[in-house]
Design a protein around this ligand. Structure first.
Ligand SMILES: Nc1ncnc2c1ncn2[C@@H]1O[C@H](COP(=O)(O)OP(=O)(O)OP(=O)(O)O)[C@@H](O)[C@H]1O
Length: 443
């Protein structure tokens, strides 16, 4: 074969002479079968040899120059045919790869569009107080590493925002951070969401689908609400993280993935482990670098900055000239317990901007806002005063009438009192009448 490759010419072998003198294994069978000569032709794709074709004869001198030239022509035709088949196979393989990349790009594109139009186009993190400064310190320490991060904290404290900041400050920032909401999907769909599926692998799998693990390859996978993940899937997740490979549902080959995991939860995972709802091995795998986000009521110093940040964001969005918040409102906000944390504050500011006329937010309605650390009333045992009840009742009626006090569809007629009485009560109870008033409920 080497001679054929080097010279590009056919080789004629005297089987008997060669086998008896060298004992070459390759000649054993032809020798025993009584073959006398072999004419060996190379198969070439251009100048690259990819095999040989051998013609056997049980007579000597059967490969005359004429026979050799005919066989040479046949070998050339075989070369061309086989080269074409190989080239077609290569093209098909490349097309399949291109198709794969195309699908992946389409998925990435869809994902990015969703992200851009979604809430996380905004990435500024507000927090000058000690509590948040500690979080920022941890964030800088861990971002550059490849370690798993576990974000802990109540709902709305900014876990997803911090996850994005870690990703954006990591060497993986040019790739995607892909989010999986472990609580937002039925158990039977999370597996396909995470690992993808092949076409026809289950009823409804009409197309092959790339899972979030593959989509996040070389980037970050953000597993939100990890505490809600079903136990059987926790096993598969742990295996995928440890072995750095996944299998699509219905797929035959494992797929290598290189991802960084950031998980988040508002649950107490050690408690969930004791209750048998969370696997301890997965917990230890994820809890490499825990960061706990403080609730807003423990960092009231950040409230003015956060409130102004959201105020200017929503004022800009809807083109209103609201630019500040009265001191009384700010003090009220600092006393409130914020069960929905920063998200609740954000929603409150969005509504306030919508409802405020003028440049300053002077009125804000917080649910049971007197119930705060300073009064010491726990939520369940707090009883409203007569004034508070009256205030809430009037506000509810005003809301129903779109803020209108007098006239046949006004709040006064609905409440069965003269307009002057309602006006004086509103003054006494500090209810603004120029707008539809509103009551914000915790999210
Ligand atoms: N420090 C902050 N600065 C600016 N915006 C913040 C901050 N913390 C939270 N937010 C905003 O509050 C909202 C809720 O934050 P995020 O979704 O990150 O909270 P979460 O802890 O992940 O909530 P959940 O546990 O309910 O998923 C988002 O719109 C986010 O941009």
């Amino acid at each position: 074969m080497n001679t054929i490759i080097e010279t590009g010419k056919p080789v004629l072998v005297d089987v008997v002479k060669r086998y008896e003198s060298t004992g070459l294994k390759i000649l054993k069978v032809p020798y025993e079968e009584g073959m006398k000569e072999i004419a060996s032709f190379g198969l070439f794709n251009g100048t690259e040899a990819f095999g040989s074709i051998n013609f056997f004869s049980d007579r000597t001198d059967s490969f005359s120059p004429y026979n050799l030239s005919v066989i040479g022509t046949i070998s050339n035709l075989v070369s061309i045919a086989v080269s074409n088949i190989l080239a077609n196979e290569r093209i098909e393989q490349q097309l399949a790869e291109i198709d794969n990349y195309k699908k992946q790009l389409e998925e990435e594109n869809l994902y990015l569009q969703g992200e851009l139009t979604g809430k996380f186009a905004q990435t500024e993190i507000i927090g000058t107080g000690n509590e948040m400064q500690k979080v920022f310190h941890l964030l800088t320490q861990v971002s550059y590493a490849n370690s798993a991060v576990l974000l802990l904290g109540e709902t709305g404290t900014g876990k997803e925002l911090i996850a994005r900041a870690i990703h954006n400050n990591s060497p993986r920032k040019e790739k995607l951070m892909v989010k999986v909401n472990c609580a937002g999907l039925p158990a039977n769909l999370i597996e396909s969401e995470l690992f993808g599926h092949e076409r026809g692998s289950f009823t409804g799998a009409v197309e092959r689908r790339i899972g979030k693990f593959e989509l996040a390859n070389k980037g970050t996978l953000f597993l939100d609400e990890i505490g809600e993940m079903p136990l059987d899937l926790q096993v598969k997740l742990l295996r995928a993280i440890q072995e750095k490979e996944i299998g699509r549902i219905g797929g035959k080959m494992p797929i290598k993935v290189d991802i960084r995991i950031i998980a988040a939860t508002n649950r107490d995972l050690p408690k969930e482990i004791v209750a048998g709802n969370f696997r301890s091995d997965l917990y230890y795998r994820l809890n490499v670098f825990p960061i706990t986000l403080p609730p807003l009521r423990n960092r009231t110093g950040d409230i003015p900055d956060l409130a102004l940040h959201f105020l200017s964001k929503y004022a800009r969005n809807i083109g209103k000239k609201v630019h500040s918040i009265s001191n009384r409102v700010l003090a009220e906000m600092k006393r409130y317990s914020w069960p929905g944390n920063v998200r609740e504050l954000e929603h409150l500011m969005e509504r306030s901007v919508l409802l405020t006329e003028g440049n300053v937010i002077r009125e804000i309605y917080l649910p049971n806002h007197e119930m705060n650390g300073t009064t010491g009333f726990p939520a369940e045992s707090y009883t409203k005063t007569i004034d508070e009840n009256e205030r809430d009742h009037i506000i509810a009626r005003l809301n129903k009438c779109d803020g209108k006090v007098y006239g046949s569809f006004g709040a006064a007629s609905l409440l069965g009192v003269p307009v002057s009485t309602l006006n004086s009560k509103m003054r006494k109870l500090r209810i603004g009448k120029e707008k539809p008033v509103f009551i914000v409920r915790p999210v």
